[in-house]
Design a protein around this ligand. Structure first.
Ligand code: UDP
Ligand code: MG
Length: 315
């Protein structure tokens, strides 16, 4: 029996590029059709343009085109999730690719080769440069990845893209993460598995324009940091230590003044009292933060482990 490859394509206002995308990807899939059954799973993420009707037309003439249309714009994360939930039911290999042709369709063949023949669980694109991207955007995202990788246990690669092909068991693992606020770069890294990285040149968007504003990217970055590290909750401890140190300095200063005898030590004593109270308050905030971090971690309810293979299960 042929194995099935399902490609998930999140689409938000992509009317200009969809026909082009379908042609380009169609060529690649046709070449694969000797060895694989292929399926395109388009997810229309609440587009306001003609995206849905284009998808319906494609589906009417091509039985291997599926579409899932959202009631409004839920974001690319939700679109990928919906696609994976559908595809995991019958596909052996599941891929994700942008609709704008920035992800070179020719790479699909190579990715499929690595997961099908070379024993990798995932083949994913990694970009070597950020050419063609706005300066401010590259600088901001560079800073973001520096911060998150310093404070988080989950390593999140600067250059990793959502463009990838995964074995079904990897998608099952991804879907076993029950959190509502989803940050795929974190999730893909968190679940692990054997990943083949393929370098991929950043291409210009074939048509239409980017759906990411600085504001959207900022919220995305916040989701990444808050979802993958509790470090901000620990900042209170740091501040508390600083206040404690200041208390000590003020106390010593007051003591020295008192010993010298010629000055009134009341001002340094007052300062010591202020810093001392601050230190005590921040310390209790830090303790609260630790409990909150645990509640948060439990609430995310992530799996305790993910098994890649075993011989203890019956087929
Ligand atoms: N996308 C989506 N929902 C959104 C934003 C984007 O489904 O709210 C899709 C979009 O149609 C495209 C992919 O996600 O297929 C990547 O978006 P875009 O090209 O705008 O991002 P960029 O490549 O500029 O980072
Ligand atoms: Mg794009």
């Amino acid at each position: 029996m042929k194995k099935t490859l399902a490609l998930i394509v999140p689409c938000y206002n992509e009317q200009e590029v969809l026909p082009l995308f379908y042609d380009e990807v169609g060529k690649v899939l046709k070449k694969l059709s000797l060895g694989f059954r292929t399926e395109l799973v388009f997810v229309n993420d609440g587009s306001a343009d003609e995206t849905l009707s284009i998808l319906k037309d494609l589906a009417a003439m091509d039985p291997d085109v599926k579409y899932i249309s959202f009631s409004r714009n839920f974001g690319k994360e939700a679109a990928m999730l919906a696609g994976m939930e559908y595809a995991v039911k019958n596909a052996d290999y599941i891929g994700i690719i942008d609709a704008d042709l920035q992800h070179s369709p020719e790479l699909i063949t190579e990715m499929l080769y690595y997961v099908d023949r070379e024993g990798y669980d995932v083949a994913a694109a990694r970009r070597e440069d950020r050419e063609g991207e706005a300066k401010l955007k590259s600088a901001l995202s560079g800073a973001f990845y520096k911060v998150i990788n310093r404070v988080s246990d989950t390593k999140i690669s600067d250059s990793a893209q959502d463009f990838r092909i995964m074995k079904r068991k990897v998608v099952e693992a991804v879907l076993s993460m029950p959190e509502n606020i989803r940050f795929s770069k974190g999730i893909f890294s968190w679940v692990g598995f054997n990943v083949k990285w393929i370098s991929h040149e950043n291409r210009e968007r074939a048509a239409g324009e980017t759906k990411w504003s600085i504001r959207k990217l900022f919220r995305y970055a916040l989701d990444g940091i808050l979802g993958y590290t509790n470090a901000p909750l620990r900042l209170s401890f740091l501040f508390s230590a600083v206040c404690g140190a200041l208390t000590l300095i003020a106390l010593i200063y007051a003591l020295v003044r008192a010993i010298i005898g010629s000055y009134n030590p009341v001002i340094p004593l007052l300062l010591a009292a202020v810093f001392g109270v601050g230190a005590a308050l921040l310390l209790s905030l830090g303790i609260l933060g630790e409990y909150l971090a645990r509640v948060y971690t439990e609430a995310k309810d992530r799996p305790k482990f993910i098994v890649s293979e075993t011989n203890t299960e019956k087929e």
